[in-house]
Design a protein around this ligand. Structure first.
Ligand SMILES: Nc1ncnc2c1ncn2[C@@H]1O[C@H](COP(=O)(O)OP(=O)(O)OP(=O)(O)O)[C@@H](O)[C@H]1O
Ligand SMILES: [Mg+2]
Length: 496
């Protein structure tokens, strides 16, 4: 055996891969995951920026306030100690400033208004007696509570300066400076922790959104599969989904739809096969007659006439079936009702009149029990309701033996018209009462066929009545036989 392996060209491979990629990117799952991810990422980045900004502002503020507090305490203390003796002043200031700044990394400088340093905590700088020019100090000597930041060698410096006042005039200034490396370190450590924490959240949310998107989209894949199966005519397919209520509800609805479609399809098949069978029987009769005539060597004219009359009967039967099928298909096709004000008494009378001859021929008395009553005009499609009344009365006469009785009564009650057609025939067994409305269904097939029954009369009647929002019930007759009860809303379910 030779196996042919077809290799794809690189172009085909690339096109297929691109197709898959496009499908993946435009898929609901990808969109959901990407959206969750993007929203989460943007939120976390904004949150990090905001939190870090807030933290650094707060730390710098605290530090500045603390520096000003220290500078002002020093300024107040040195003001009391201010004197003409420079050496004595330095000694006093040293005590005050060193004590105030003990345990901190703050550098403190005291100057007079000529910017000459009177005391400097940084002894190594050797600035005492020399000029110390700083912009922030100038502002301090001008009477301002001055602050400034500078940055050198990647190190941030916070500087504050306040005036030293004695007897209402400015005699000098206090300058304090501190590196911000502590605060910067705190901000760096916090930022790193926040970023790591955010990254973990993003990964976690990413995994969760992937799982969630799978839970949500998995049923959709199942629905797609089901729709494909249903469109192929596989109505036995059942959708199995677990998860959210909406999805299981949708699956139940689709499964129900499948059941209904399956039943509908089964009915349609049965109808087609029954209809074909019904049409085939008279056709076979006609064929048989034709063959007999052709094969007979010499047939006398009387015989030909008899054969032709048999053939005519078969054609009549065929026509009857076809006509009834046409009526039924029209009703089935959801043909619009043509409602009108209808005199119900006249409608039933018309059906009785039409069947009077048949009743007389069988010596059956048809009692019009409604004849003395008066009725409001009903709003309904008279032709269709006439068809129903006619078919049921026709059955009552047809399936009642000679000399029997048929009672027809009518009444109006609670917005409904109730027509009761009772006979004294053989009746319909309880178990068959649903089935007689089925198409082509006959209780006694051969007998009904003999009487010319097509088995479509009650199907037509039921269709016409249900179109009006009504129903037909069957019960036992009071003198044997059975009673058909037609119940229709007097506005024909049309609410004009
Ligand atoms: N009043 C009745 N009494 C006894 N059996 C009935 C009665 N009405 C209907 N049936 C039974 O129900 C079957 C179905 O009735 P339906 O009117 O649909 O068909 P049909 O009378 O055989 O044919 P068609 O109405 O086309 O002439 C009948 O064949 C008959 O067996
Ligand atoms: Mg009938």
């Amino acid at each position: 055996m030779v196996t042919i392996i077809k290799r794809n060209s690189p172009k085909e491979y690339l096109l297929r891969w691109l197709g898959k990629l496009k499908y993946g990117i435009t898929s609901m799952r990808f969109t959901m995951v990407a959206t969750y991810f993007a929203v989460m990422l943007v939120t976390l980045v904004l949150m990090c920026i905001y939190v870090i900004g807030l933290l650094s502002e707060s730390l710098y503020n605290t530090e500045t306030v603390d520096m000003f507090a220290k500078a002002n305490i020093i300024a107040m203390t040195v003001s009391d100690q201010w004197g003409d003796n420079a050496q004595l002043s330095e000694l006093r200031f040293a005590d005050t400033v060193d004590r105030s700044l003990a345990g901190t990394s703050i550098r403190g400088v005291i100057t007079n208004t000529a910017y000459t340093v009177l005391y400097d905590t940084n002894k190594e700088a050797g600035l005492v007696g020399k000029a110390f020019m700083r912009d922030v100090l100038k502002r301090g000597l001008d009477g301002e509570q001055a602050e400034a930041y500078s940055e050198s060698n990647g190190m941030k410096l916070l500087m504050v300066s306040v005036p030293v006042e004695k007897n209402g005039s400015i005699v000098g200034g206090v300058y304090l400076a501190k590196t911000m490396s502590g605060i910067e370190d705190t901000i760096r450590v916090t930022s790193t922790s926040l970023i790591v924490f955010s990254a973990m959240i993003v990964v976690l949310i990413g995994m969760l959104s992937f799982g969630l998107s799978y839970i949500i989209t998995a049923p959709i894949a199942e629905f797609t599969r089901a729709a494909r199966e249903i469109s192929k005519g596989n109505f036995k397919y059942r959708i199995k989904v677990r998860g959210t209520n909406e999805m299981t509800q949708m699956a139940d609805t689709l499964n129900y739809m499948c059941d209904e479609l399956g039943l509908f399809e089964e009915k349609r098949r049965k109808f087609v096969s029954d209809a074909s069978h019904e049409l085939k029987t008279p056709m076979a009769g006609i064929k048989l007659i034709c063959d007999s005539l052709v094969q007979a060597p010499d047939v006398d004219p009387a015989m030909i006439k008899e054969f032709l009359s048999d053939m005519s009967e078969e054609v009549d039967r065929l026509t009857r079936v076809i006509n009834r099928l046409l009526v039924l298909t029209k009703l089935d096709g959801g043909m619009a009702l043509k409602p009108d004000q209808t005199d119900m008494k006249a409608l039933v009378d018309r059906a009785v009149r039409k069947l009077w001859g048949m009743a007389e021929a069988k010596n059956i008395a048809v009692h019009r029990l409604y004849s003395d009553k008066t009725f409001e005009p009903a709003v309904l499609d008279a032709d269709k309701i006439y068809e129903a009344v006619y078919n049921i009365t026709d059955n009552a006469i047809k399936y009642t033996p000679e000399g029997g009785q048929v009672y027809i009564d009518m009444q109006e009650r609670d917005g409904f018209i109730i027509i009761r057609i009772e006979d004294t025939g053989d009746g319909i067994p309880e178990a068959e009462r649903e089935r007689v409305f089925e198409r082509f269904y006959r209780l006694d097939d051969s007998r009904s066929r003999e009487t010319g029954g097509t088995g479509l009369g009650l199907a037509i009647a039921k269709e016409a009545v249900t179109m009006h929002g009504g129903r037909i019930e069957i019960s036992d007759g009071t003198e044997g036989g059975c009673a058909f009860i037609i119940i229709i809303p007097s506005d024909g379910g049309i609410h004009m």
